[in-house]
Design a protein around this ligand. Structure first.
Ligand SMILES: [Cu+2]
Length: 237
């Protein structure tokens, strides 16, 4: 009888252990199964790149519609030059004899719509080698479009109004932002900050564009789920 009980205990112990192992395997399976769905979205979130921008030994006029406060920061992947096609159009309008916005950053392959919102005719043309074009003249409420296939900085002019000027900065990357310089006259400082989120892990060349000042390229490494800091010092061109 005693032996039988001992045997039963052993069976119960073994059975209990088997059940425990079974549950563990099931739980692990569930974790792996769910992980298969969660992991790609976590990986896709990438990292971010942020930094302070400051102007050194130079002054950038930042006031008014033609103020050069825009600083375009772009991250060019070191080992990648092909990106999904851009389907969304960007807008650069003509309003009160100005281009609005004064600086527009776009990914290469973006179509820009130019709407004339003034009562007078406007022209939009670009003399620069990367992206030269002339869209002719058109009146109020009319939109003309242009596809930017070249990389570089397109100076926009209007042949009817010599005072009109704007820039379209065409970058071969989906990872870019436009920061806006603040002028602190009392402290004699010009500065701002920038942030680019959702950047896939990898190595990038950080490039900076402003109409009046420039900065050296930097090579940075982005890791998933981390914020990489890259401060930028702008100086005379
Ligand atoms: Cu015009």
């Amino acid at each position: 009888m005693k032996k039988l009980n001992q045997n039963r205990m052993a069976v119960l112990k073994n059975g209990g252990l088997r059940m425990l192992i079974g549950e563990l395997v099931l739980s692990l399976g569930l974790v792996v199964f769910l992980g298969a769905f969660v992991a790609p979205s976590m990986a896709a979130s990438g990292g971010s790149v942020t930094g302070d921008i400051s102007v050194k030994k130079a002054y950038v006029p930042t006031d008014g519609p033609k103020g050069e406060k825009a600083v375009v920061v772009s991250l060019i992947p070191v080992n990648k030059t092909d990106f999904p096609a851009v389907t969304e159009h960007a807008q650069m309008n003509q309003k009160d004899l100005n281009f609005v916005p004064h600086v527009l950053a776009i990914q290469k392959g973006t179509t820009v719509d130019f709407m004339n919102q003034d009562a007078v005719n406007h022209n939009v043309s670009c003399p620069d080698g990367c992206c030269s074009f002339d869209l002719g003249q058109w009146g109020k409420g009319v939109v003309k479009s242009h596809l930017f296939e070249g990389e570089g900085v397109a100076t926009l002019l209007c042949s009817l109004h010599p005072e009109m000027l704007a820039y379209i900065v065409v970058v071969n990357t989906p990872y870019f932002t436009t920061a806006s310089l603040i002028t602190d006259n009392a402290a004699k400082k010009q500065y701002c900050s920038y942030s680019i989120k959702g950047v896939p892990a990898g190595q990038y060349k950080l490039k900076v564009w402003n109409a009046k000042v420039t900065a050296a390229d930097q090579v940075i490494t982005v890791a998933d789920g981390t914020a990489t800091t890259a401060d930028i010092e702008l100086h005379k061109k």
